[in-house]
Design a protein around this ligand. Structure first.
Ligand SMILES: Nc1nc2c(ncn2[C@@H]2O[C@H](COP(=O)(O)OP(=O)(O)OP(=O)(O)O)[C@@H](O)[C@H]2O)c(=O)[nH]1
Ligand SMILES: [Mg+2]
Length: 481
């Protein structure tokens, strides 16, 4: 069997700059692999295992591009009696500095790896390509070809399909920059067909991938539920000597600072949860364009308008969760009457977008023993939790669907959503049933009071359901990222 210790080993081969390292990075979810627009980036054959539960379940070997494929092919053709041409070639030339590049390239194959040839399907086929295909065919190893369409020119694709079909057991289109989880699984499944003997082993590998993905979804849903708990029960307190607040201006300044601290606390919680989600999906490189909804302030108008429930949905969900979350806002707190603007604090303009005019939380002022105790929180605004939830799901969708081979590349950016599509897109929570809205609203209401509720379990399931939907290939969430 052409595998090491019963796990599949595949060498990724092809022209310099065909996108080999990008394919390896995407398949192994490793965004630290060197990828560059200049040819000749990879100079040695490097192994990248896929590790699940501390165990290697599969190995990909990134190789340098072919330099002199015709030399290798000539040697292969001149030695028709060799049983294993790659092995024989390396055995013969391993010590010869003139062939060091060719040997670096062929060694993984000589050692038994299967082959994935990566070609740039947007370019015309050249003689050198045919030479590479033929020499890989002659190795006799199980082999698949990947058409990685680098520039979206597809007029050459049929010719590639024809040529590759003659020498490869399987030919697939796979875009290293756009591939989703579902497409990665489809590719692994297709690898089963390149050699029947690999089937049982690959079936196990695919299962391990699926289990791991499912676990990440569960972990992410847990991270999200924990964020909702923390954010909704959050309070900030400032204690000030009565003598230091002897004017309305001073009191107002304290309220503003408190509101600012409250918002910052929520921003920090969101960002901590984002870091966790990023880690669940193995992202180290993380660059967002400035026009992404994820780059905007949590309390900005854009975020408030794009995410969360609409007014009608909000009314239904709020009613189900009781008056506490239904939007009834007690403007008289601690005996001091406060206008809505005062409740919101100094950044009223920004906050209004998210909150639809209602305060984020109440400020309570208590006077005892010569001090005034200003407390803001917990969140009373009924819309805010839905906005926060939508945004962390949006973040998760990006983490789940952003391929690791893409790294920070932003050509043909999916972020630049044309205006005409923007209005049609709905937030994730908006698309749920009103039953689910009610369940979530009840969970949020309990979380505000720091209480447990059976609605939490169901809410976690709802969130898991959304995340599962996001990683299905037939759901195009990318436009929203
Ligand atoms: N648009 C687009 N660009 C891609 C895709 N795959 C790779 N690239 C780009 O193509 C260039 C070369 O990618 P690499 O993965 O470094 O190619 P390579 O075959 O490993 O190159 P060498 O190591 O130099 O042989 C980089 O600029 C990548 O960002 C793709 O699917 N779409
Ligand atoms: Mg490379």
């Amino acid at each position: 069997m052409t595998a090491r210790d019963d796990i599949p080993v595949l060498a990724i081969m092809g022209h310099p700059n065909a996108g080999k390292s990008s394919v390896v990075a995407t398949l192994t979810e490793n965004d630290r692999i060197a990828i560059d627009k200049r040819a000749g980036t990879t100079t040695t054959s490097d192994e990248y295992p896929v590790v699940i539960d501390g165990e290697n379940i599969m190995v990909f070997i990134d190789t340098p591009g072919f330099q002199n494929p015709s030399d290798i092919l000539e040697w292969f053709q001149a030695h028709p009696d060799e049983r294993d041409l790659a092995e024989a070639f390396v055995a013969k030339h391993g010590d010869d500095p003139l062939f060091s590049h060719d040997c670096a390239l062929l060694r993984p194959v000589a050692d038994g790896a299967g082959i994935i040839l990566v070609v740039d399907g947007s370019k015309r086929i050249k003689e050198k390509d045919r030479t590479e295909m033929e020499l890989l065919r002659l190795t006799g190893r199980p082999r698949m070809a990947i058409l990685n369409n680098l520039t979206n020119i597809d007029k050459h694709m049929p010719a590639w399909q024809d040529a590759l079909n003659k020498s490869f057991n399987s030919v697939r289109e796979f875009n290293a920059h756009r591939a989703t989880y579902a497409e990665r699984i489809a590719l692994l499944n297709a690898l089963k067909t390149i050699d029947q003997r690999w089937e049982p082993m690959l079936t196990e590998t695919v299962r391990a991938f699926q289990r791991d993905w499912e676990r990440r979804i569960e972990q992410s849903a847990q991270t999200i539920v924990a964020l909702m708990h923390e954010a909704l029960a959050y309070k900030v307190t400032r204690i000030v000597k009565v003598d230091d607040v002897d004017s309305d201006n001073e009191r107002e300044a304290i309220r503003e600072k408190l509101a600012e601290a409250f918002q910052n606390g929520l921003r920090r919680m969101e960002s901590d949860a984002q870091k966790k989600i990023r880690a669940h999906f193995h992202h180290n490189v993380w660059d967002l364009p400035s026009d992404s909804l994820l780059s905007k302030d949590l309390f900005s108008r854009e975020v408030g308008q794009a995410l969360g429930l609409n007014q009608r949905q909000m009314a239904v969900a709020g009613a189900a969760a009781g008056a506490a979350t239904g939007g009834a806002i007690d403007l008289v707190v601690g005996g001091i009457s406060l206008g809505a603007a005062a409740l919101i604090g100094g950044t009223a303009g920004g906050v209004l977008g998210v909150l639809g005019g209602a305060a984020l939380a109440k400020i309570d002022i208590q006077r005892t023993l010569g001090v005034e105790r200003f407390t803001m929180g917990p969140v009373t605004n009924p819309r805010f939790p839905f906005v926060l939830l939508d945004r962390i799901i949006l973040y998760s969708a990006r983490a789940m669907n952003w391929s690791h081979g893409r790294q920070a590349a932003d050509e043909d950016s999916l972020h630049k959503v044309p205006e005409k599509h923007q209005a049609k897109k709905r937030g994730f929570t908006e698309a749920l049933s009103s039953e689910d809205h009610k369940t979530l609203a009840k969970f949020f209401a309990a979380a505000r009071k720091g209480k447990q509720t059976p609605h939490e379990e169901r809410s976690r399931e709802i969130i898991e359901g959304i995340l599962r939907g996001v990683s299905r290939s037939d759901v195009d969430t990318r436009v929203k990222l």
